[in-house]
Design a protein around this ligand. Structure first.
Ligand SMILES: Nc1ncnc2c1ncn2[C@@H]1O[C@H](COP(=O)(O)OP(=O)(O)O)[C@@H](O)[C@H]1O
Ligand SMILES: [Mg+2]
Length: 257
């Protein structure tokens, strides 16, 4: 078997005395799509953020594409260029056009010249189906279109790995499908992806593996069939039943304080 694209070994992360990640071990192969599910506060975002060093792990190893990110001598900017990240909030520059949002990081970080950056921007806008919005400003786009621009901006940097943190959670329900369709296309194109999402249909159809996290550990790790359809752990079953019945989730979260 070839080397995993992402290797995480005994990863711990604490914020003060809040021990959030409590020993995560995970390998993700090249081209694999892994969906991460779990209750709010279980450490999903912190895990993704440790994979591109937006958070510094307290203990353990993270290796991406054979480079150990947790090596103190690593060129972290060089590694980050290989890892695209898409957040719930799109974080586009409101005063720049769509094309400018895509060309700016290429020029600043990758030092591409204007023509090259514009060419790569156009290719990636086409990939996400937004060629006709190249000159538009973000405020004139729907949330779903803005998120597709954010995905194109990440892709324009030529990443080996894409991390998605609840990319559709801020969207109106009717706009979710177009964003998921772009992510599905990326998966089919062979991108290595870690996706925090509660879109179970997407996880079932697109993920190679689903990971259920709770309390800073991986409780369950397997195929969508194993984890979603036939979970082995009570905590996973409980979480999935709450997803299907959000009214119950609210009651329990209020009780939990
Ligand atoms: N930058 C931070 N500073 C302090 N605490 C944080 C920070 N980021 C996350 N946490 C804490 O870590 C825990 C897990 O958060 P998070 O990873 O965002 O969970 P999830 O994404 O699963 O909802 C929470 O208790 C949260 O308050
Ligand atoms: Mg989160």
């Amino acid at each position: 078997m070839s080397r995993p694209e992402i290797e995480i070994r005994d990863l711990h992360k604490s914020f003060g005395d809040n021990h959030v990640l409590r020993g995560i071990d995970l390998e993700i192969a090249q081209g694999e799509v892994v969906c991460v599910i779990g209750p709010s506060g279980s450490g999903k975002s912190t895990l993704l953020r440790c994979v591109n060093l937006l958070e510094e792990p307290t203990k353990g190893q993270v290796v991406v594409g054979g480079t150990e990110l947790t090596d103190p001598d690593v060129d972290i900017d060089a590694v980050r260029r290989r890892i695209g990240m898409v957040f719930q909030q799109f974080n586009l520059f409101p005063h720049l056009t769509v094309t400018e949002n895509l060309t700016l990081p290429q020029r600043r970080v990758l030092r591409r010249d204007r023509a090259q950056a514009a060419k790569v921007a156009a290719e990636n806008l086409e990939r996400v189906g937004l060629t006709e919005k190249a000159s538009a400003y973000p405020s004139s786009l729907s949330g779903g279109q803005q998120q597709r621009v954010a995905i194109a901006r990440a892709l324009a940097m030529g990443p080996e790995v894409m991390l998605f943190d609840e990319p559709t959670s801020a969207l109106d329900p009717e706009l979710v499908g177009d964003v998921l369709a772009v992510m599905r296309m990326l998966a089919q194109d062979g991108m290595t992806m870690m996706v925090v999402t509660h879109e179970m249909t997407f996880a079932r159809e697109v993920a190679d593996r689903v990971i259920f996290m709770d309390g800073g550990v991986i409780v369950e790790d397997g195929s969508p069939e194993q984890v979603i359809t036939n979970p082995q752990h009570e905590r996973t079953r409980h979480f999935l039943s709450r997803l299907l019945d959000p009214a119950m989730a609210n009651v329990e979260e209020n009780n939990a304080g």
